[in-house]
Design a protein around this ligand. Sequence first.
Ligand SMILES: Cc1cc2nc3c(=O)[nH]c(=O)nc-3n(C[C@H](O)[C@H](O)[C@H](O)COP(=O)(O)O)c2cc1C
Length: 184
Amino acid sequence: MKVLGIAGSLRPDSYNKALLVAAAELFPADVEFELWDGLKAVPPYDEVDDVIPAPAAVARLRDAVAGADAVLFATPEYNSSIPGQLKNAVDWASRPLATNVLRNKPVAVVGASTGAFGAVWAQAELRKVLGATGARVVDGEVAVGHAQQRFVDGRLVDANLSEQLQEVVAALVAEIRPRAAIAA
Ligand SMILES: Cc1cc2nc3c(=O)[nH]c(=O)nc-3n(C[C@H](O)[C@H](O)[C@H](O)COP(=O)(O)O)c2cc1C
């Protein structure tokens, strides 16, 4: 089984990337976790460019999502919503709508911000957007507020948040286990 991790931040030292690295350690041994690093290359969505073949970076995004049994998103909050580059990538992934790679895909959302509330609004926005694509949005939230205090040398050091992250990971795995068994 494979889970793709997509962070909504482009920063190399992103707390949201660190959150996905922390999540990667919580998956069972038989789950391969890939932290996707192609977000910055995805061009701005333009319907004129949304043709076959897709732009190379878009094809890589769609292939990465299609090849995963589930996707774990970690989003920062930009002005009470999700970063434009993340929304842009989901927009590309969402077409063609009826057969888009996110449709029926189990997805979960967590988030970190340097503000007090841990990107809760961004997480809610992302869940809404993913729901519109037809993804199966798994319940659960991890809101890492004051992220600069929750990571030391890139590692999540808050036990409560680690526990919440474990719960989201477990919920996502529970969602894909029966599907992987059927596919096998
Ligand atoms: C354009 C912009 C808007 C932001 N808006 C918010 C916000 O609405 N709420 C919040 O808690 N943090 C906000 N922040 C701070 C981010 O939470 C912080 O930069 C965070 O570290 C970004 O995530 P990253 O570490 O994964 O890059 C904003 C940052 C930027 C650059």
